[in-house]
Ligand binder design. Structure first.
Ligand code: 6PG
Length: 249
């Protein structure tokens, strides 16, 4: 799964730089993509030398409301696993300023940065070449959590989300920005996500319960890369049950 994702990343980076002179990607947090980030920057693997690092721009689909050196920082995870290991110019790293006292300030500053970087016109939207996403066992993606209003946010590009469970804010890109991407890749691993993935892909449309369902790029392509554990409940991958005892005629 990780190697397939790395291949997709290289292909998208090369085609974006060829077409536009740059590659823009919104990274995901969480544990699953860490393996991808490590393999992309690993000098013993074939991916590193194929990536135009100096023309690649790295953003975050969501961030925790913590300083960059905090153990929970999505920026810190990606920086240590990849960005500090590869020849990425500092100005190409566009992190959310999670250290801001107010989560709203961090969100509005990031939205302003997106607008200026992508030269967004009135009512326009940034278009990322690639958005990487994960999914929690509860069906959340980025920081679009079940029961939160942000799942249906249609106007703002970046907002803070209060999480009662962790009693902390997160800052997240909203569905309009995420869905405007040219390519979205979900990376999922683990049996604990299997039932939710089945509901997300084959159940009724209830994004208030399963926010990952809100991800549907009208002008882009959506690719799910999942491991055997996460695919266990998908009908496409259900292993045929072993034949029962053969009854004598
Ligand atoms: C984060 C991510 C979050 C993550 C899921 C899955 O900030 O943690 O944006 O949406 O993708 O929680 O995380 P795992 O990959 O660790 O299962």
């Amino acid at each position: 799964m990780i190697r397939r994702a790395a291949g997709e990343f290289v292909e998208l980076a090369q085609s974006a730089v060829h077409r536009y002179g740059r590659f823009t990607v919104a990274l995901s947090g969480g544990s699953t993509p860490k393996g991808l980030y490590e393999i992309l920057s690993d000098p013993t693997q074939t991916f590193r030398e194929q990536i135009p690092w100096e023309k690649a721009h790295f953003f975050w689909g969501d961030e925790r409301h913590v300083p960059p050196e905090h153990k929970d920082s999505n920026y810190r995870m990606a920086a240590e696993a990849m960005l500090f290991q590869a020849p990425v110019p500092e100005e190409n790293i566009h992190r959310v300023r999670g250290e801001e006292t107010e989560a709203w300030t961090a969100a509005s500053d990031y939205e302003a940065h997106l607008k200026s970087f992508f030269l967004v016109k009135e009512r326009g939207l940034p278009q990322f070449d690639l958005v990487l996403l994960g999914m929690g066992a509860d069906g959340h993606t980025a920081s679009l959590f079940p029961g939160t209003d942000v799942v249906f946010e249609a106007r703002r590009m970046v907002v803070p989300v209060w999480l009662e469970t962790s009693e902390a804010y997160r800052i997240t890109m909203t569905p309009p920005v995420l869905n405007n991407a040219a390519r979205i890749i979900f990376l999922l691993a683990g049996e604990e996500k299997a039932a939710t993935l089945q509901s997300v892909c084959h159940g009724e449309f209830h994004p208030e319960i399963y926010p990952a369902q809100i991800i549907s790029p009208p002008n882009g392509r959506l690719l799910w890369l999942v491991d055997k554990g996460a695919a266990a409940c998908l009908p496409e991958f259900k292993r045929p049950s072993p034949p029962g005892p053969v009854s004598s005629p």
